[in-house]
Ligand binder design. Sequence first.
Ligand SMILES: [Zn+2]
Ligand SMILES: [Zn+2]
Length: 367
Amino acid sequence: MESILLIVVLTLLIPIATAEDSKLEANPSVVDQDQSSYNNDPFNKPQHITPLTLPDSWPTNIHRNPINRSPPNIKTKLVMLGTGMPSPNPYRGGPSHAVIIGDSTYLIDAGEGIWRSIAKAALINGDGFSQALSPKKINTLFLTHLHQDHTVGIPSLILNPLNWIFGIKLKIYGPKGTKDMLDHIVSAWKIDAEAAIADGYDPANSGTTGHDIVFPENGLVYQDNNVKVEAFRTRHASLQDSFAYRFTTTDRVIVFTGDGGPFHANIVRAAKNADILVTETVTEDNIRYAPWGGNTVEAKKKEIFRFHFSPTVLARIANQAGVKKIVLAHEQNYNNGENYNALGLSDEVKAAGFAGEIFSAMDGDVY
Ligand SMILES: [Zn+2]
Ligand SMILES: [Zn+2]
């Protein structure tokens, strides 16, 4: 790939504290720049719920530190980079995960703010992770599907490192359209690329290639000394192509469903006896609070569960597959702000009959 130099400034400005701001301005002792002004979380409880002020974004509801739950004797680590969904929760990055084996790293999906999420995981989890998550070690990305929330980080993933190291060499595997998407990203930033070469950048230092997965049901996508990755075709709303990925290493099987939908036997196949199923779900109990999908509970269920697993469907898949542990991300945990339960979706999947372990992940968690 030709060289590209880009300054990407990803700034998420969410005006949740307008009244609080004016209160702060009126009190000079509070706005003095000292350590305490970096440790508070200004929060004005919203009177109107919008996609920017959903209760699952309130710092009073979900603002916990990352946790490392990975057994020390297990070499294969699952790192939750971005656990968000499309609604812009300031405490969660866009959907992205990493499997780290020694100093080799494999990414699954590339959501909004991917480098911020990678940096957070590296800072929290110590030197081993910061080595494994350095751009030179990020050579493989698997895309579950081409919805924007899972792919919009790709330009940043491949272009931003040119500003602080000499580039990134990356192979991207994904559904039909992956290669085309990558070609368009490269051409969209060609002015930057031409300027970078004129400024002396050597294009040999970077290169990204896209690889479309075209087999009809399931098959081997990737294999090296650490890992075997198989893809299983799934169904996600109106998309023609979406895949679950099954990672088999020497000491673990980890399966990523991507976004869900109705029950699908291929997901059970993908997840057969998995140690960890990384997946998503949407509340059924509180679906009336979902800000999309229709005006009635029935309409919302019909529409939302075309796109995502209900807790009932997820429990059925996990039980049939014999999954040991579920790690939830991309959660759509709707409720009103006062009754919000951070573990609401874990509880719903358990109530639907899943008896294994289940965790509601945050960015930076390790499993
Ligand atoms: Zn999707
Ligand atoms: Zn999604």
